[in-house]
Design a protein around this ligand. Structure first.
Ligand SMILES: O=C(O)CCC(=O)C(=O)O
Ligand SMILES: [Fe+2]
Length: 315
């Protein structure tokens, strides 16, 4: 199990004792039984603080936005205008979706080490930009081209990492416990607006918390309850490797974005594997691929991929 990402010099690796939160089994069991859970204090303070600082390379700071919302018209165009796909310009953000305790939780929840991180987003919302209220829906609609299995073979684990404090006023995600909706066939993805308002639970928590949920749970984005508020979250989704009908992004299509190369160079083999990178010992690796991947990713340490190969097939 991967522990401790390689860091850029400005970010020290937290020791296991400093890592505050291995997600308890009981919380993962709650995701199975209830459909979702919130774990507070998930990110360590240094990781969280650095990620928060890096947000302002991408988004207007709340004080700048609210000083003149008209200067940022894009956020008024759609609820989804504040979405940005991985990678990001800064390692401080790119390391969050491969946070060791997140990998650990996904491996335990999905009950295998053979997992894909199949979607990473950042999402900024600013109060008053637009109405963020949504219908209750199941997320699987754009995470699989069919439907989840009711017996939860090959489930998907979807998460929101909160990078800002989310109170009742900050447009929390609102989720409906599974026992209220078990009678709704899995083929149904939306409910009528308001149908489960009585049952929904607001996924609130301080910055650094994580909401983990499943793709069969009804939930919705909600609007802000007061002016001048903002919400910054990182949605990250995992699946067991194997069923080609599940997924959302094709990572090769994102390798041209600023931050991708640095992220791949900084990651451990375990972390890269989540994106489909060939693991150590894979037959993909030979003298040619080792040399050419090193050209594509200057500074990368390919020793873990090369040692075995070098004894089998000298260059
Ligand atoms: O932003 C949120 O809190 C939830 C949004 C959501 O569920 C969605 O867009 O699928
Ligand atoms: Fe959703």
């Amino acid at each position: 199990m991967a522990r401790g990402a390689r860091q850029t010099p400005s970010h020290k690796t937290p020791s296991p004792e400093e890592r505050p939160m291995r997600i308890p089994d009981a919380k993962l069991a709650e995701v199975w039984d209830r459909g979702f859970t919130v774990v507070e204090g998930f990110l360590d303070a240094e990781t969280l603080g650095a990620a928060q600082d890096a947000l302002w390379e991408i988004y207007p700071r709340p004080e700048d936005y609210f000083a003149n919302p008209g200067a940022h018209p894009k956020y008024a165009r759609s609820q989804f205008a504040g979405l940005r796909l991985f990678p990001y310009p800064s390692w401080a953000l790119n390391r969050v979706p491969v946070y060791p305790d997140l990998i650990d939780a996904a491996e335990r929840f999905l009950q295998t080490r053979e997992i894909d991180c199949y979607k990473i987003e950042l999402w900024a919302k600013y109060s008053g930009a637009i109405d963020y209220d949504q219908h209750h829906h199941r997320d699987y609609e754009n995470h699989t081209i069919v439907v989840p299995r009711a017996d939860q073979t090959m489930p998907q684990m979807t998460c929101f990492i909160l990078l800002s404090d989310v109170t009742e006023l900050d447009g929390p995600t609102k989720a409906v416990p599974l026992d209220r909706t078990r009678d709704i066939p899995l083929g149904v993805t939306q409910t009528k607006m308001g149908e489960f308002f009585e049952d929904e639970v607001a996924a609130t928590g301080p910055a650094g918390s994580i909401l983990i949920y499943k793709t069969d749970v009804f939930h919705r984005g909600s609007n802000f309850g007061a002016p001048g508020r903002s919400r910054f979250v990182m949605p990250v989704d995992f699946k067991p490797r194997g069923w080609r009908w599940q997924g959302k992004l094709a990572w090769p299509d994102h390798t041209g974005q600023p931050g991708w190369k640095e992220a791949m160079v900084n990651m451990t083999p375990r972390q890269r594997d989540l994106f489909g990178w060939p693991p150590p010992g894979d037959p993909y690796w030979n003298a040619q691929t080792l040399a050419d991947v090193a050209v594509r990713y200057p500074g990368i340490d390919l020793a873990p991929y090369g040692a075995r190969q070098a004894t089998r097939e000298p260059a």
